[in-house]
Design a protein around this ligand. Structure first.
Ligand code: PXP
Length: 245
């Protein structure tokens, strides 16, 4: 069966914040994604609140009936918010002030003790945690040691590869990391930079059971409508099923 799809609706809020206006509302987008067959909604509450706002998060929690995955930094401020909102999953991501988007995975190996404490605090509040990591063996092993049940593999290197050799190397790293993580009992998700054009091979990796896709869906939604944009990426993911048969 093909991987499930969680749609990241951050950039609906980006358009709204460009004018500090009331629309487009990311919560309305979440409902439309749900109707179009998304399996979940993802959003990133950034420290600088450049797109999703605290109030969006509270309203999303009330409206999302599938799964709400909230990406956040491992800070005390975000821990307190997670405890209030109670997402179905918190994905811990690195945040560098001024970055255009998440630039890489969290360095789980280097920040092991700090992340262990943060994940344990979430667990005490019965909030499952995931780590967004680069597809490297030591990052997978650190995630296991930290005690998360889920990881999200960063597909950015695969997405931005400009030569067949770079793409193959990035793909092989994703396959190896997904297998290593699944063998160690982790649930494996993936995302960053995925589009209708490049998602099918990633969906063909059987260990990857969920894909988080944002920018390309919202970018296409501006032109062709959000329901169509969700449906077409679902179809691209489902094409992986042919490979499984
Ligand atoms: N996963 C994580 C951890 C992210 O930070 C992002 C970007 O917000 C995504 C997935 C989605 O990436 P994109 O918007 O390129 O589809």
């Amino acid at each position: 069966m093909s991987a499930s799809l969680s749609v990241n609706i951050d950039h609906v809020a980006t358009v709204r914040q460009a004018r500090r206006a009331a629309e487009p509302d990311p919560v309305a987008a979440a409902v439309l994604c749900d109707l179009a067959g998304a399996d979940g909604i993802t959003c990133h509450l950034r420290g600088d609140r450049r797109h999703i706002q605290d109030d969006d998060l509270h309203r999303l929690r009330q409206v999302v009936t599938t799964r709400l995955n909230v990406e956040m930094a491992a800070t005390d401020e975000m821990l307190a918010i997670a405890r209030k909102v109670r997402p179905d999953l918190v994905t811990l991501v690195p945040e560098r002030p001024g970055e255009v988007t998440t630039e890489g995975g969290i360095d789980a190996a280097k920040n092991r003790r700090r992340l262990e404490r943060h994940v344990a605090a979430l667990r005490r509040s019965r909030i499952p945690a995931s780590l967004f990591i680069d597809p490297e063996p030591d990052q997978v092993d650190a995630a296991v040691a930290i005690g998360v049940e889920t990881i999200e593999l960063n597909t950015n290197a695969y997405s931005i590869a400009t030569t067949a050799a770079d793409e193959a190397a990035a793909y092989d790293a994703l396959v190896a990391a997904a297998c290593r993580a699944a063998e160690r009992g982790l649930t494996v998700a993936a995302g960053h930079g995925l589009t209708v054009r490049n998602v099918t091979p990633i969906a063909e990796i059987p260990e990857i059971i969920e894909l988080n896709i944002g920018h390309s869906i919202i970018a296409r939604a501006v032109l062709i409508g959000i329901e169509r944009a969700v449906r077409e990426i679902r179809e691209a993911i489902a094409r992986a099923d042919v490979a499984f048969e």
